[in-house]
Design a protein around this ligand. Structure first.
Ligand code: LLP
Length: 445
């Protein structure tokens, strides 16, 4: 599943003890396993190889440029949703044809940047509305360039692990419904500067069954057949992301299970020359990363035990925002406490229930409540698992905590891929602006 495992009571990433990284780099730190990223990508590529599906990694899930470079080197493209992500894709070395651009609110500046990348326009824009299509077409026309667009269809299918990340239902801000999609595809299919010849779906995230994809694909296959019969060109189907990851052991179907349900449906489309794209994020990186955090205090209060950590919702907001489960375990345990699976509560002697919380001034700042763990002392390190997706990419400086460091383990060697922020980093943009009446502002450094 991934390359994090206990060896003689020590949690290791590709054989490297994580306590060594915690000692040398400090905490909080995200640690990623390169082999896991590569294995997960390879499994998706091979599961969908019969239809030659192209994988565009969803940058929002984990956007460090070194991770993006790893994925590009392993044969993925990148799915971006902002000027910042486009910038990251360029820095990571992506060619324009390795980039697709999604998102409901592309600004004129973002559109222009994506149309004028060095080497030509990006591979495809995923368009969410008629006004957005018009803004894109106008920009392509005025730059006298030609770009390729997909229309995001909202098939009104419920899917996804939490209402905040379910996007394929009518009433959400995403895509257009099927009847409107047909109208727009007919209207703009032959447009010179921006032919609308592709279809995009993204039903939601953490979708733990292939069934919603099957329903959605069936709906768009009917639409594609109808439009092709009218003489329209439909050259690409992008199925979006959403494949689940194992937060608990056994939560998620394997890439093969999704593929078994989808490949037979999509094969005729592939045989008719249609490109098939996927935009997974979580399935590739979630279990390729852990967050290391140190226990600052063990506090007993109200008949409870609190492990107060140096990371909080500033570093990993998922439990606070989505009530998400993350498996948490100390990085160093006695051999009898090596976990054999990732679950809410393991059945072992000598565990004690505790609330694992951050240092921030909100009751919602917790990673787990009433979770049984081996007894840990002040200064020990915990690993928060499955933190590679939507961990660092959603981290903030709330309560003025500098952003965590990031380390990528390659072979058995750790490589720092993002330095821990300093106090200077925290305030640098404020320091550029003099405070009236203060001759010199001395903060940080
Ligand atoms: N494509 C599009 C158009 C998307 O909006 C997303 C995710 C993906 C691909 C990748 O989805 P994935 O394969 O990673 O499920 N912050 C939330 C997840 C938000 C997902 C947003 N869109 C979380 O922590 O669960």
């Amino acid at each position: 599943m991934d390359h994090f495992s206990y060896i003689d009571g020590e949690l290791c990433c590709q054989g490297l003890p994580l306590s060594e990284i915690a000692s040398s780099v400090g905490t909080p730190t995200f640690v990623y396993s390169r082999s896991t990223i590569e294995d997960h990508l390879r499994k998706i590529q091979s599961a969908f190889s019969d239809i030659n599906a192209e994988i565009f990694f969803s940058v929002k899930s984990c956007s460090n440029i070194h991770i993006l470079r790893t994925l590009l080197e392993a044969g993925a493209g990148l799915d971006v949703v902002s000027m910042g992500e486009l910038h990251r894709a360029h820095l990571a070395g992506a060619r324009p044809d390795q980039i697709v651009f999604a998102g409901v609110g592309k600004t004129d500046a973002e559109i222009r940047a994506a149309l004028t990348s060095d080497g030509g326009p990006i591979s495809m824009f995923n368009v969410e509305s008629e006004p957005e299509y018009e803004a894109l077409a106008l920009a392509a026309r005025s730059l006298n360039t030609r770009a390729h667009a997909a229309l995001r269809v909202n098939p009104d299918i419920k899917a996804g692990g939490h209402s905040y990340i379910s996007t394929g239902q009518s009433g959400t801000k995403f895509g257009v419904d099927l009847p409107h999609a047909k109208t727009l595809l007919r209207k703009f299919n032959k447009e010179k500067h921006l032919p609308l010849t592709a279809i995009h779906l993204h039903l939601g995230s953490s979708i733990t069954s292939p069934e919603p994809y099957v329903q959605a694909v069936k709906a768009v296959l009917d639409m594609i057949a109808e439009l092709r019969a009218e003489g329209l060109t439909i050259d690409t189907l992008d199925l979006g992301g959403g494949f689940a990851a194992d937060y608990h052991t056994g939560d998620a179907p394997s890439p093969d299970e999704y593929a078994r349900a989808l490949v037979p449906l999509l094969k005729p489309l592939h045989q008719s020359g249609t490109r098939i794209l996927l935009e997974p994020g979580r399935m590739i990186v979630a279990n390729a990363g852990v967050l290391l955090t140190r226990v600052t205090y063990v506090k007993h209060a109200a008949n409870k035990k609190f492990l107060i950590c140096d990371a909080g919702m500033n570093a990993l907001i998922r439990p606070a925002l989505y009530d998400a489960f993350h498996f948490i375990w100390p990085t160093s345990v006695s051999p009898q406490h090596e976990p054999n699976r990732r679950a809410d509560n393991l059945d072992m002697p000598g565990l004690e229930p505790c609330d694992i919380v951050g240092p921030l001034c909100e009751t919602g700042d917790f990673f787990a409540l009433n979770r049984k763990l081996p007894v840990v002392a002040r200064g020990e390190t915990l690993a928060i698992f499955t933190a590679g997706a939507y961990g660092m990419s959603m981290a903030s400086r709330y309560n003025s905590h500098p952003l965590p460091a990031e380390v990528l383990v390659e072979g058995s060697a750790p490589r720092l891929i993002r330095k821990r922020e300093s106090l200077h980093d925290l305030t640098q943009h404020e320091l550029e602006i003099p405070v009236p009446g203060t001759p010199t502002l001395r903060v940080g450094k």
